[in-house]
Write a protein that binds this ligand. Sequence first.
Ligand code: SIN
Length: 306
Amino acid sequence: MSTLTSERPLATFAPTPDNSRASQDFEVVALEENVGAEIVGIDLGIPLNSADLARVHKAHLDHHVVVFRDQRITPEQHIAFSRHFGKLIIHVLHQFHLKGHPEILTVSNIIEDGKPIGLGDAGKYWHSDISYKPLPSLGSLLHAQELPSEGGDTLFANMHAAYETLPTHLRQAVEGRQAAHSYLAKYDQMKREANWRPTLSPAQLAQVDEVIHPVVRTHPETGRRALFVSEGFTTRIEGLPEDESRTLLDELFAHSIRPENIYRHKWREHDLVFWDNRSLIHLAAGCPPELRRKLYRTTIEGDVPY
Ligand code: SIN
């Protein structure tokens, strides 16, 4: 069963390294068979040379989510490292940009002076970041600032594996299909469930028009095919009656999150986690509401899915 396609040339990685630096002595250690690796012995506070960036880039493509422990880096260093992989997306919820750094979205359940300092329910449903835009995200980098003593894990599911293990009837049902993605898919529901989400202004609403993407996408750098739908943002399969679309989406969502294709990240202080939104969906498992959790996220722009 081939999951590669040669229809288009593959995208190339073009970072801006600092080649005056010596290579760092780090290792890539796989975490689960299908997803996840830890990059051990690297300091992202030091600008990386091209050989080191190429190794990090390869680990990211091979393992889809890479974990860097104990990164005592500033928001500026977080942004600089993220920019090696592409242009950064400015999130529509400007209310939760880190002050002075609109490239960083604060993900947090902390309330200060009666107001949330971040998006408290980010990742409550499985999703791929920014799949609701014409140019969805290549990947995201989440850096731990303050962690709860209990809970707060993030789960990642491998969507190549999901595609490759689809039963025949589902493989046939998705072939050539397209689906609608919307930022608003669960927005009102989440706004009602907890009080994190601001009412969107007309200018914000204008930034999140529904988009249509293929249900199966080709990874632009590896050529590997992946399922590209999620509970969080996918609202319907184009060209199917509503009930059939709902049934098919529910089957695809359930199939995508089989335990053997999941890596569950248990956060430690100063972790930075970098995942691939083209090959994974992810979920924030949540923590007891009285425990403080704060992380900073950068999000890299990707390509038009095909
Ligand atoms: C996200 O979906 O970007 C947030 C994930 C998390 O808070 O664990």
